[in-house]
Design a protein around this ligand. Structure first.
Ligand code: TYD
Length: 226
């Protein structure tokens, strides 16, 4: 309901917008699924979505930017593809759900671009934030859950079982280290808007801590979040 930066107008819609962020292999999707289940079992309507993607055009853009085999994609093009996917996602999926009063859980949002393209690709965090605020007309999460993962641990987790790495995942360790630092800096700058948790905690402990924080935003009594 509030602004991330001066100049961004406050959101007046009734829903709740929560973003999950973190390096690759942090366990965001698992936690988004846990939270969705917990909230639905308490009677809330939840929309789970992800970036890049979340709309038909966004899914096409996702495969363009993540799959190997599209030739060289320079950093500016990459940043704009993520922002284009996000523009569609914000206007076609997230805003309408919030206006219906739903709880929107997105696996990644603007902070991913600020961290991966702004810091990882060295395009500058301010420039990347600006194009994304323009792309989303300033739509900001009410809360961002940052799962802080050590880059080496993240790589081990995502390559377990021989899973192939996408274009971004297969970048060098120093790229992923810059991303981790950038995420933590974003959270440190606006602590009231973030819940930062170490990704190495057991799944159920993470889920309980996330539900507790979200419950306080929804005014769920503590007994209902247990
Ligand atoms: P994700 O969907 O989280 O990965 P997975 O394939 O494991 O589900 O994200 C895909 C990749 O895209 C990930 O490496 C992070 C990257 N990414 C960016 O670089 N910028 C962005 O704005 C977004 C949303 C993702």
């Amino acid at each position: 309901m509030t602004t991330q930066n001066p100049g961004v107008s406050p959101r007046l819609s009734p829903g709740l917008f929560i973003a999950f962020e973190g390096g690759d292999g942090a366990g965001k999707s698992t936690q988004a699924a846990e939270l969705a289940g917990a909230l639905e079992s308490r009677g809330f309507t939840v929309l789970r979505t992800r970036e890049p993607g979340g709309t038909p055009i966004g899914e096409r853009l996702r495969s363009l930017v993540l799959d190997h085999g599209h030739g060289h994609i320079d950093a500016h093009t990459e940043a704009l593809i993520f922002a284009a996917s996000r523009a569609a996602h914000a206007s076609q999926v997230i805003r309408p759900a919030l206006e219906r009063g739903e709880i929107v859980l997105t696996d990644r949002y603007i902070d991913s671009s600020v961290a991966y393209q702004g810091a990882g690709r060295d395009l500058g965090t301010e420039a990347v934030r600006d194009i994304n605020e323009w792309a989303t007309s300033g739509l900001q999460p009410d809360l961002t859950v940052l799962l802080d993962v050590d880059p080496a641990v993240g790589r081990r987790r995502r390559t377990a079982g021989d899973a192939a790495e996408d274009r971004l995942e297969s970048e060098a360790d120093d790229f992923h280290a810059r991303i981790q630092t950038a995420f933590l800096d974003l959270a440190a700058a606006r602590p009231e808007k973030y819940l930062v948790l170490p990704a190495r905690l057991p799944v159920q402990e993470l889920a309980a801590r996330i539900l507790e924080r979200v419950g306080s935003l929804l005014s769920i009594a503590p007994s209902r979040t247990a």
